[in-house]
Design a protein around this ligand. Structure first.
Ligand code: BMA
Length: 295
C-alpha cells in the first residue's frame, strides 16, 4: 500500500514576503474542526529560527495564512533557536499543541501548550527537560488518564498523566528494527500525527530512518484498551521520498509528518518534503487499517 500524493502538491510553500517564513515551511499539525482544516506549521526565515504559523482551508488543499506567527520563541535561553514540529490534538473541547523547544547548548525538549481557538497558545509545561521530541497526545483519556507518545532516541515511548503536567509510567513501546530486511527503520523512529482510534485499535503513524538518513513513513496498530501493546507492525513503509522537492531542499531525502487527520473516511496525511515544503497524500482509511493489520 502506498499513499497517493495530491496533484496540487506542494500545498504550502515559503512566502518571501514574510521574513519569518521566507526560507522553509514544513512539519505541521492539522485538525479538522467545524468543517474547516486548521494547520499549525513550522516556519523558518533566513535566521533559521523556527516559529509556528497558522493557516486555514475549506478543502485541505488551498490555504489562507496569517501574516504573523502564532507561536515564537518566548522562553529566553530555553527556546531561542525556536519552536518546532507542532502536533495538535483536540481533547475535551480544547486544543493541545505538542511542540519542541530548541534552546541553548543544543538542548531540545518536549513542550505541551493549550488553546481554545488555535491562535492564542498558553504553555502548560514540559513533558520533561531532556533531549526528547516527537511527542503527541492521544485524543482521549486511556483508563482515566491522559496518554502521550514521545521519543527518547531511538525509541517511541508512552507516558501517562492525571493533569498534563506530571508524567509517569514512561515505557518503550516500539524500537528501531536493525533486523528488518526492508532496512528503512533500523536506526531511529518517532511518532507522526495524533494516533487514530478505529475498531481494530489505535493507528500509530510513525517515521523511521536508516543509516543513510532517509526518512520514511508507516503505521502500526496498538491495542485499543492498552496502547502500550503493539498488535501488528508491517515490515514495509507506506511513503518514501519520491519527488524532486522531497529529495532536495534544506535536509535531503525527508518525508516527515506531524498530521494524519481522518475526514469522511479518508486519511489526510500532511508531510514536509526535505524540510522545505508541505505536501498532502491521501488514502481510504479502510486501506490503511488493512495495511496496519496485515502488513
Ligand atoms: C527530525 C525532526 C524534524 C526534521 C527531521 C528531518 O529530527 O525533528 O525537525 O524534519 O529531523 O530533518
Amino acid at each position: 500500500m502506498r499513499l497517493k500524493r495530491h496533484p496540487a502538491n506542494p500545498v504550502l510553500a515559503p512566502d518571501p514576503n514574510h521574513a519569518w517564513e521566507a526560507l522553509n515551511v514544513f512539519n505541521c499539525g492539522v485538525v479538522h474542526h467545524n468543517g474547516l482544516f486548521h494547520m499549525l506549521y513550522r516556519a523558518q526565515g533566513f535566521d533559521y529560527i523556527s516559529r509556528i504559523g497558522y493557516a486555514v482551508s475549506a478543502d485541505g488543499v488551498h490555504w489562507n495564512r496569517l501574516g504573523e506567527p502564532v507561536l515564537a520563541p518566548h522562553m529566553g535561553d530555553d527556546d531561542y533557536r525556536g519552536n518546532e514540529d507542532p502536533r495538535v490534538t483536540p481533547l475535551e473541547g480544547a486544543f493541545y499543541m505538542c511542540y519542541t523547544a530548541y534552546g541553548a547548548g543544543g538542548l531540545y525538549f518536549p513542550m505541551v501548550a493549550r488553546s481554545e481557538n488555535l491562535i492564542v497558545w498558553e504553555d502548560i509545561g514540559p513533558l520533561e527537560r531532556a533531549r526528547n521530541k516527537d511527542h503527541v497526545l492521544f485524543p482521549q483519556k486511556i483508563a482515566g488518564r491522559y496518554a502521550i507518545l514521545h521519543r527518547r532516541p531511538p525509541d517511541i515511548w508512552i507516558a501517562f498523566s492525571d493533569d498534563l503536567v506530571n508524567w509517569t509510567d514512561h515505557r518503550v513501546i516500539m524500537s528501531p528494527r536493525p533486523d528488518n530486511s526492508v532496512g528503512w527503520d533500523n536506526t531511529c523512529i518517532g511518532a507522526s500525527g495524533v494516533p487514530v482510534r478505529c475498531d481494530a485499535g489505535w493507528l500509530l503513524f510513525y517515521h523511521g530512518y536508516n543509516e543513510f538518513h532517509v526518512y520514511r513513513q508507516s503505521v502500526a496498530l496498538l491495542d485499543g484498551d492498552d496502547p502500550t501493546r503493539v498488535i501488528s507492525r508491517p515490515q514495509e513503509f507506506f511513503m518514501e521520498p519520491e519527488e524532486t522537492w522531497e529529495f532536495k531542499g534544506d535536509v535531503p531525502n525527508v518525508v516527515f509528518s506531524c498530521a494524519n487527520p481522518v475526514v469522511n473516511d479518508t486519511l489526510y496525511f500532511y508531510y514536509a518534503g526535505a524540510d522545505r515544503l508541505i505536501g498532502l497524500a491521501t488514502a481510504p482509511l479502510a486501506d490503511v487499517i488493512d495495511f496496519a493489520r496485515k502488513g
